[in-house]
Design a binder for this molecule. Structure first.
Ligand code: E4P
Length: 217
């Protein structure tokens, strides 16, 4: 499974990239607002920092507007994935931008039928929002499983990018459900290493080691 980092904070991306954890980056308008950075400037910087796909989201609602924004974003770097919303115009823009040879991430997916349409429109990535479905008492992970089944049934190559990941359980469940990518906030990626039994075991080993009076170096 690939890990994308869901942030526009360059320092977080660089820190995780040093560990080899960053296969790509996703951003959205809310994350850009949170960073306080200029959109174009921060996207350029992220694209230089990582080799994998960097999703940058269009904000126009109509096909022509999405194309104009998508083409501008696509010129920033070769690793840009243009993010368009899962609307009728978004699907049309996805088809055109894909035919122009660009990576497209279709975002705000909340149903299997939407994911089917995105794959038929040639999307590179489909972003089902797991956490936001859970928020309204639906099963976000069931959507990942359904999309996996449908894509496998018909051999669609669109990658399933599990988005709106809220915690460690979402990551392992998305991996078990066959998502190709999980895009995680930096804090979630960091929690993946934590386990109380690891901490407890380490404390016991160190106590016993101290009692031996030995040193390794
Ligand atoms: C990423 O592509 C999505 O925009 C992001 O994961 C949404 O996460 P949220 O639902 O926590 O805002």
């Amino acid at each position: 499974m690939k890990f994308f980092v869901d942030t526009a904070e360059v320092s977080d991306i660089l820190e995780l990239d040093k560990l080899g954890l960053v296969d790509g980056v996703t951003t959205n308008p809310s994350l850009v607002k949170k960073s306080g950075r200029d959109f174009i400037e921060v996207i350029r910087e992220i694209c230089e920092a990582v080799a994998g796909p960097v999703s940058a989201e269009t904000v126009a609602l109509d096909y022509e507007g999405m194309l104009a924004e998508g083409r501008k974003l696509g010129q920033l770097a070769s690793n840009i994935a243009i993010k368009v919303p899962l609307t009728w115009d978004g699907l049309k823009a996805c088809r055109t931008l894909t035919e122009e040879g660009r990576m497209v991430n279709v975002t705000l997916c909340f149903s299997a039928n939407q994911a089917l349409l995105a794959a038929k429109a040639g999307a590179t990535f489909i972003s089902p929002f797991v956490g936001r479905l859970d928020d309204i008492n639906l099963d976000g992970m069931e959507l990942i499983r359904d999309i996996r089944t449908i894509y496998d049934n018909y051999g669609f190559e669109t990658e399933i990018l599990a988005a709106s990941i809220r915690g460690a359980n979402h990551v392992s469940e998305a991996a078990l459900a066959g998502a190709d990518v999980a895009t995680c906030p930096p804090a979630v990626l960091k929690t993946l290493a934590s386990h109380p039994l690891t901490d407890k075991g380490l404390a016991a080993f160190l106590k016993d080691w101290e009692a031996t009076g030995q040193k390794i170096v």
